[in-house]
Design a protein around this ligand. Structure first.
Ligand code: PLP
Length: 382
């Protein structure tokens, strides 16, 4: 099998599994219990919080562990808007977790303004400034897009938001693996991560809340996470998350180099292998304007359009696993909202593959995958 879907999820790193194992077996105490086994677990959770904070250049008190990025996004955006009456500024390129929250807020008569991307699908500082205009209550933008790998100029947007005192929420799920998201200097006021995108376990994430930022919890209950997120902590998940994040920082440069080389190889090989048109929705890694682990490639129609589902199914039969440019929404197959918001034609968006590379992928795998993709595209075009 050739797994090229690391933007969807990553395998658990053996070092992460090893770190988690004791907490799945004998170390099962509840960190809120006052007895010795409970206190031991509390210590391990606190230590993980310190490791995570150190990896991000944050303070331990700024980290709230959650069940994943979706919860962090819901909590962060709603918290930002509780504190203000203003408009939510976001973009049509965000993850559904952000867009669904924005749509919900609109039903509650909260105004939402969408930043207009460039024709390449980039969000620029100028476009954010335009959309913010007067009356912005919060800005919510992702750091790296999960379908294209394109990056938002987050440091510049942070500076702008700070100068205007607008809380800035950032979804950094796809950024943290290969980019420096150090928060010690200028950066977002709130940020979310999900462990399973960085060789950690599923069902655990975090919300970073910069010291001094107004915060209102979404999940109320026990006093966990300093009264900011009720519910017994996912202890093995938190331990694994801390290990995975430490590893990500340790290995960031070598991982980026490895993955960028595979991306460039695939890009060049696809261009050569296909006789018909090919379009890349991801930036060239040499331009360093995004994260190289994602290569989104579209196959515009020649005589007729390519059926995106058939494309994926044919590759699945060959043992090549990746994602497409369409998704099943309410029973109907719809082209990716991200590609459509970037202005990609519907038929090309549907006939798009998102290839996402991981640390274990090899050049041979990339060559085999490209060969198979070219053969399937040729077959479906004829
Ligand atoms: N944001 C981005 C950019 C993502 O890629 C994902 C994962 O699909 C999420 C948010 C949601 O993460 P989770 O499903 O772990 O909550």
């Amino acid at each position: 099998m050739i797994y090229l879907d690391h933007a969807a999820t990553t395998p658990l790193h053996p070092r992460v599994l090893e770190a988690m194992a004791p907490y799945l077996k004998d170390a099962y105490g509840n960190p809120s219990s006052v007895h010795t086994p409970g206190r031991r677990i509390r210590f391990a959770v606190d230590e993980s919080r310190e490791r995570v904070a150190a990896a991000l250049g944050a303070e331990p008190g700024e980290i709230i562990f959650t069940s994943g990025a979706t919860e962090s996004i819901n909590t962060g955006i709603r918290s930002a808007l509780v504190a203000s009456e203003g408009v939510l500024v976001t973009s049509g390129l965000e993850h559904k977790a952000v867009l669904r929250v924005a749509e919900y807020l609109e039903t509650k008569r909260r105004a939402v303004r969408y930043v207009t991307p460039t024709s390449d699908g980039d969000i620029t500082l100028e476009a954010v400034e335009d959309a913010a205009g007067a009356g912005a209550g919060a800005v919510a933008l992702m750091w790296v897009n999960n379908e294209t790998g394109r990056a938002t100029p987050v440091r510049a947007v942070s500076g702008f938001c700070r100068s205007r005192k607008i809380p800035f929420y950032c979804d950094a799920v796809q950024a943290v693996l290969l980019m420096d998201v150090n928060l010690a200097e200028a950066g977002p006021d709130m940020l979310s991560l999900s462990a399973h995108k960085l060789y950690g376990p599923k069902g655990v994430g975090l919300l970073y809340v910069r010291g001094g930022t107004d915060f209102t919890p979404l999940i109320r209950g026990g006093a966990q996470e300093r009264n900011r997120r009720g519910g017994t902590e996912n202890v093995p998940g938190i331990i694994g998350f801390a290990e995975a994040l430490a590893l990500a920082v340790e290995e960031r440069d070598s991982r980026r180099e490895h993955v960028a080389a595979l991306h460039v190889r695939a890009r060049n090989a696809l261009r050569q292998a296909l006789d018909g048109p090919v379009v890349f929705h991801s930036p060239d890694p040499e331009r360093q304007t995004g994260s190289p682990h994602i290569l989104s490639v579209g196959f515009p129609p020649v005589r007729r359009a390519i059926d995106g589902e058939m494309l994926l199914l044919n590759l699945d039969v060959e043992g090549i696993y990746l994602s497409g440019g369409s998704a099943c929404t309410s029973g109907a197959v719809e082209p990716s909202h991200v590609l459509r918001a970037m202005g990609v034609e519907r038929e090309t968006a549907e006939a798009t593959l998102r290839i996402s590379f991981g640390t274990q992928n090899t050049e041979e795998e990339v060559d085999r995958a490209v060969e198979a993709i070219a053969a399937v595209v040729r077959r479906l075009r004829n």
